[in-house]
Design a protein around this ligand. Structure first.
Ligand code: HAM
Length: 421
């Protein structure tokens, strides 16, 4: 039996890769428009980074991490997310000493051992940003605006921005007490996971997807009523910035994200097309994470979008991305001498920066033409006995459906001109 890709992973085949490249390139363009710089970190890290950074009690760390010991006995994890690794790199290289406000972006695979289903993979891909060094709500606004600007560049329409504040450790403590008081008599109505959360992480109960828990959650007073002065001011600030930028939002007092580092802002961008896994992306502020990771107290905010889910939304909304058309030239030859000429021409074209290829198998002219067409070549150059005798080649433009004979020495010049048409 042939070996298959591991459950929850997916090959991205040549015919799909154009979309991936387009998304990555567009994200790069948008990030540089917003003045963010790229960072790349390893796909595995010390397990302790995520235990400390993301939180020991989160599902991501307690249930979904790919943990392993390397041959040197180190406890490592495949990264389940990109924020904690970036903060680790930020501290390790003392980047805060050089640039007081560092705006970074990243893309790459993340790993979570979750139950695979539509829109949920064990290896999936993030496009994300982290802006480290300012407590200003304007920066939260910028991060949200960047995510939406990128999704709008892709022409995705059915988007909702869900906005909440999860407060700071001080007001969150007050709210947790309110929750516990409110839920004390309703414990038997909650699922067993939420009964466990009641003591160590009651806020997470707000996020439980089970209908019986949701029914109870609906009766809980919103967190907004318990925010401290500073958190309230920050939340009002971010709403003002969003309104200024004409960005619509929905207040979502029960939105608590699955990572423990958030303070103040928490948001998600959802698509009506995605069903149960409806978040295209999410993020928020994490003013305590740099300190938790062993650094000074430096505030930060960020977000990540899921590439696989963006692709589902594109398909559901039937959006055709303006992928670049290939301008490749395919060389088809008949006979040994023509083949040698073809090879010579092939390297001349490539040296001139023109993408070109030929069929390396012994094939008939018809089969070679088919091959060129299948590869999506725009031009086919045919060299047969006739052409050799005359010192010419036949140039067929498959897009315009025209064929003409041209001098061998003029092929590069003519191709460069035709490509502009
Ligand atoms: P997250 O909400 O866990 O946030 O992930 C961000 C996005 O990744 C989700 O909204 C979803 O689109 C996608 N995603 C998550 N899990 C899966 C999965 N199993 N399969 C497919 N797609 C998935 C974070 O990871 C934070 N680090 C975001 C952040 C950055 N917060 C601040 N800075």
């Amino acid at each position: 039996m042939p070996i298959k890709a591991p459950r929850g992973t997916k090959d991205i085949l040549p015919q799909e890769v154009g979309v991936w490249q387009y998304l990555e390139e567009t994200f790069r363009e948008v990030c540089s428009l917003f003045s963010y710089q790229e960072i790349k970190t390893p796909v595995f890290e010390e397990a302790a980074l995520f235990v400390r950074g993301v939180g020991e009690d989160t599902d991501i760390v307690s249930k979904e991490m790919y943990n392993f010991k390397d041959k040197g006995g180190r406890e490592l994890s495949l990264r389940p997310e990109g924020t904690a690794p970036i903060i680790r790199a930020y501290l390790e290289h003392s980047l805060y000493k050089e640039i007081p406000l560092l705006k970074l972006y990243y893309s790459g695979p993340m790993f979570r051992y979750d139950r695979p289903q539509a829109g949920r993979w064990r290896q999936f891909h993030h496009l994300g940003v982290e802006a480290i060094g300012s407590p200003q709500p304007a920066l939260d606004g910028e991060v949200i605006a960047l995510a939406l600007y990128f999704l709008k560049r892709l022409k995705i329409k059915e988007l909702n921005l869900q906005l909440n504040s999860v407060g700071c450790p001080t007001c969150r403590k007050t709210y947790q007490e309110v929750l516990q008081k409110h839920l004390k008599d309703k414990l038997p109505l909650l699922c067993s996971d939420c009964q466990n959360r009641f003591l160590n992480n009651p806020l997470r109960i707000l996020d439980c997807k089970k209908e019986s828990c949701q029914e109870v959650v609906r009766t809980i007073p919103p967190i907004f009523d318990y925010l401290c002065g500073d958190c309230r001011e920050h939340f009002e600030g971010i709403k003002e910035y969003l309104e200024e930028m004409k960005i619509k939002y929905i207040l979502a007092p029960h939105l608590v994200r699955g990572l423990d580092y958030y303070t103040k802002t928490a948001f998600e961008i959802t698509s009506t097309h995605l069903g149960a896994q409806n978040a295209l992306g999410g993020g928020g502020r994490y003013d305590g994470l740099v300190e938790t990771c062993g650094g000074p107290s430096i505030p930060a905010v960020g977000m990540a979008l899921g590439v696989e889910r963006i692709i589902i939304a594109l398909q559901e909304e039937r959006i055709e991305l303006p992928l670049k058309k290939k301008e490749e030239t395919f060389i088809a030859t008949v006979g040994e001498e023509a083949k040698r000429e073809g090879f010579k021409l092939l390297s001349q074209l490539r040296a001139a920066g023109l993408a070109a290829d030929l069929d390396y198998r012994p094939s008939s002219l018809k089969a070679q033409m088919r091959q060129g067409d299948k590869k999506g070549a725009r031009f086919v150059i045919i060299i047969g006995e006739e052409e050799l005798k005359k010192g010419l080649v036949s140039l067929r433009d498959l897009r315009q459906g025209k064929q003409e004979e041209i001098k061998k020495e003029e092929v590069i010049k003519v191709l460069k001109e035709r490509r502009k048409l």
